[in-house]
Design a protein around this ligand. Sequence first.
Ligand SMILES: NC(=O)c1ccc[n+]([C@@H]2O[C@H](COP(=O)([O-])OP(=O)(O)OC[C@H]3O[C@@H](n4cnc5c(N)ncnc54)[C@H](O)[C@@H]3O)[C@@H](O)[C@H]2O)c1
Length: 361
Amino acid sequence: MYRVRVDINDGYDVIIGNNLNGEIASFLEKITFTGKIAIITDDVVSALYLKLFYDNLMSNGFNVKTFQLMHGESQKNLSMYEKIAGFLIHNEFTRDDLIIALGGGVVGDIAGFAAATFMRGIRFINVPTTLLSMVDASVGGKNAIDVNGIKNIIGTFYQPIACFTDLDYLKTLDEKEFACGMAEIIKMSVLKGGRFHKIVSLYLDKRDEKTLEEIIYLSIEGKNEYVTADEKEKGVRTFLNLGHTVGHAIEKCSDYRISHGEAVSIGLNQILNISKHCTNINEETKNLIRNLLIKAGLPVDIPGDLTVEHIFEAVRSDKKRHGDTVSLILVNDIGDCIIKAIAIEELKDLLEKEAAYESNS
Ligand SMILES: NC(=O)c1ccc[n+]([C@@H]2O[C@H](COP(=O)([O-])OP(=O)(O)OC[C@H]3O[C@@H](n4cnc5c(N)ncnc54)[C@H](O)[C@@H]3O)[C@@H](O)[C@H]2O)c1
């Protein structure tokens, strides 16, 4: 079992291990609250795990209510947020009660947003159940909902009081969702480099549980370093966007057919190509990272039906664009990334150059 201390505001622990329901109950015994808990989850996670999770809390004397949404990004919207608020009001929740988000990033984001805003803030606990939400969404306190078709446009920074990362949930996750989490792990290993990067490579050869637990821990520890240094993303936290600017654009112009993790993988590969023109990255490093993504079962090339023009238009409307430039995280070497402001027209030229190179090779 690993423990990562996140030192933001009052601070909280992320516990990483197996079979953590007992840990959750004993944590709840120790904190001061009314004993009333709202579990927010989705239908898939509910069918697999809710009974066990609910029974564990009830048998420890807690008063538990549950709210279930349908799975999928389309549920992370204003009307679902209103339904959650209605459920909390109907069940007379107050600021002295507690919310537990049991699910992937969709559940974590909407439950976190509800927790941040219900009565101006009710405490909540994250129990992430996908690899992506374990290594990314559940750490750092960002939450959001999608409005008017714009992903994550309304949200806050609001930290949980604990996060229980139970690897047992991964046993039922399908290969594609697992690979999506690996995209974020590989991204973090490129940022941090050193032993972490070697262990990720080792894991993709061995696929054993012990190494998986270690790379999840290292990813969370890595993310922790960035978010504690810069909670509100005004400085170093921006590094976490490695592969994301182009990735978000690909996600968006595929109408979200391409999932977040797949888009990050394609975006990271594009960044490696762009880095060739702007940094000292060598061919060997570039291929090493690209091959890790492929080994994890992730796509690396822009799908044939998306043009550079489509992607460029989506980058142009990115909420993180600054005027006519966009800040890209580029790779010098594994463990050595830089932030560079690039004119969006120059980005278009580079993407076009690389697309022409790919189609000729
Ligand atoms: N707040 C942040 O910092 C942050 C960071 C990254 C991503 N996100 C958000 O996270 C969301 C994506 O998260 P996600 O990839 O976890 O998606 P998700 O929550 O949609 O989960 C993916 C699918 O897996 C199912 N599932 C969940 N746990 C399972 C399990 N243990 N076994 C079998 N199936 C399971 C879900 O029901 C869903 O169908 C996006 O909305 C994204 O914007 C937030």
